[in-house]
Design a protein around this ligand. Sequence first.
Ligand code: MLT
Length: 268
Amino acid sequence: MANCTDQGSNALNLQGRPPPFAKDTGVGPCLLLLHAFPLDHRLWAHQITSFRTSHRVIAHDVRGFGRSPLSQEPWSFSDIADDILCGLDTLNIPSLTAIGLSMGGYLAFELVRKRPSLIQRLVLADTRPDADNQEERSARTHLAESVSQIGTDSLVKIMAPKLLRKRPDPSVTKVIQRWIAEASPQAVIHALIAMRERPDSTPLLANIACPTLVLSGSEDLVTSVQDCRKLAEAISGSRYKEIPDSGHISNLENPTAFNRALDDFLSL
Ligand code: MLT
């Protein structure tokens, strides 16, 4: 069991209120959906609709994003993994398929590190295991300062084009811009600092023994196709699939191809 009491004042309430996850729907083997930055569980709408007929689908919100209460204190991915493990223990879920996209992948690595027996299958989409380099760390600091001064406006301008393919569907652009604008500036700042400080998960890859699928948007500008291929090569026996006509948020830009890849993997 995770240590559910040893957390900050914004740790999940384990006395039954509020529910530990933003979405918990469907019946069957459990899928845990871990969202990208600076988004929330709504990123997974297409996957929730498709898979809840055959699976129990749980979508998580990182502290301060979506439906999760804001933490005044900074946090690390280790803290968020503890939130998730406490929530899963409360719901008596001993094993599942973890599906992490980008920042959600950083969280999935943390779950593997903390409780490998939880992860029956692993899906890593548009993510990478290494820590930030010096230039990336400085960019995180700079962006956190800008969000603290002027709110999420700068984030919408910087992030939205990076998350999408070269010629995005205007309706997807609109929804992404809205979701970013709705993100809590304080939550965004905490997430930027957590990403800046996250550990290198490369050494963990050799220990991943469960069936693993690595997915990459064919036009991903944040985590390149090469990065994702390299990640797949480092995980023994893993499968790799490119999602055509999609950028970083491959599950939202091409849900049909993403869901097919996921379904094929889950049916193995
Ligand atoms: C994400 O999509 O979660 C972020 O782009 C990840 C990152 O900035 O490292």
